[in-house]
Ligand binder design. Structure first.
Ligand code: CP
Length: 319
């Protein structure tokens, strides 16, 4: 290998470990706050020039997406970067090429990889073998990019989230699990109302409590929502549940957890309502709440674009 090629290989291989964005629990609160601040600057138009010029990012989707796909693709272009959107079914990854080999190959082409997958083990393997940052665009157990947008949205409407009470009603799914991580990292109290069968993993709750988070678990949505500053819900059948069990049993279990006007009336009078979308109107949330004056769900969707710019700038060492 020539000296110049060796230099390129060193640069690609990198001496610093890549700045993966896999789980909020992996990242220090001050670093997450830096990313959020960058996202706010991006939203205000205060990011100078095209910081991603000369950089390229691969977005890999194993599952459908509207917000994640559009917000990442557009955000990367707005920051001056190149973006390649890939569906795993059109890649050798979908025919059995390992995440490790996919990581080794893509690391030679692009500067960062975002993956949406139904199997957290895949993104962990990808990250272990990638020499460029890997960003979690949703797995069966977490959705950290969503939480960055959610914290940004809360703070836009209600000021600092630290010390506030956020209530979750519904399934203890991947987004709920990222809320638990976020409570530990951003210092808010999280009350989760779920059917006992669909409670979040005890191990994760234990971790958050050991980190100092105030996590309250209940089966009673009214108790969870009482006086809360923010009420959050999500679909009753996450993408990772579609094959695992029939939706009807979940619907029966979750019907008492619907976010409707009666439940919202138990929250603080100025409470905001969040939902990561897509919503199943009439199931986990009613039209009256989703379209009502307390709903910030479309600000939340917009903030995916801005918050992820903060994540990208940090991951690429640009912020
Ligand atoms: N909230 C969210 O991740 O939306 P998409 O599934 O449309 O990306």
């Amino acid at each position: 290998m020539s000296a110049s090629l060796a230099a390129v290989k060193t640069e690609r291989g990198g001496r610093e470990p890549p700045r993966h964005f896999l789980e909020l629990m992996d990242i220090e609160p001050a670093v997450l706050r830096r990313m959020l601040d960058l996202g706010v600057k991006a939203k205000r138009g205060e990011i100078a020039g095209k910081p991603l010029a000369g950089k390229s990012v691969a977005l890999i989707f194993e599952k459908p997406s509207t917000r994640t796909r559009v917000s990442f693709e557009l955000g990367i272009r707005q920051l001056g970067g190149e973006v390649i959107v890939l569906s795993s079914k059109d890649m050798q990854l979908g025919r059995g090429e390992t995440p490790a080999d996919t990581a080794r190959v893509l690391s030679r082409y692009v500067d960062a990889i975002m993956l949406r997958t139904d199997d957290v083990a895949k993104i962990r393997e990808l990250a272990r073998h990638a020499t460029v940052p890997v960003i979690n665009g949703l797995t069966d157990v977490s959705h950290p990019c969503q939480l960055m947008a959610d914290v940004m949205t809360f703070e836009e409407h209600r000021g600092p989230i630290a010390g506030q009470v956020v209530a979750w009603t519904g399934d203890g799914n991947n987004v709920a699990q990222s809320f638990i991580q976020a409570a530990a990292r951003f210092g808010f109290t999280l009350r989760l109302a779920t059917p006992p069968e669909l409670a979040p993993p005890a191990q994760l709750v234990d971790w958050a409590r050991k980190e100092g988070a105030k996590i309250e678990l209940t089966a009673d949505p009214v108790a969870a929502v009482a006086g809360a500053s923010c009420v959050v819900t999500d679909t009753w059948v996450s993408m990772s549940d579609e094959k695992a069990d029939g939706p009807s049993s979940r619907h029966n279990l979750l019907a008492p957890y619907q976010l409707n006007e009666a439940l919202l009336a138990r929250a603080a009078p100025d409470a905001i309502v969040m939902h990561c979308l897509p919503a199943h109107r009439g199931e986990e949330i009613t039209d009256a709440v989703m379209d009502g004056p307390q709903s910030v769900v479309f600000d939340e969707a917009e903030n995916r674009l801005h918050a992820q710019k903060g994540v990208l700038l940090w991951a690429l060492g640009l912020g």
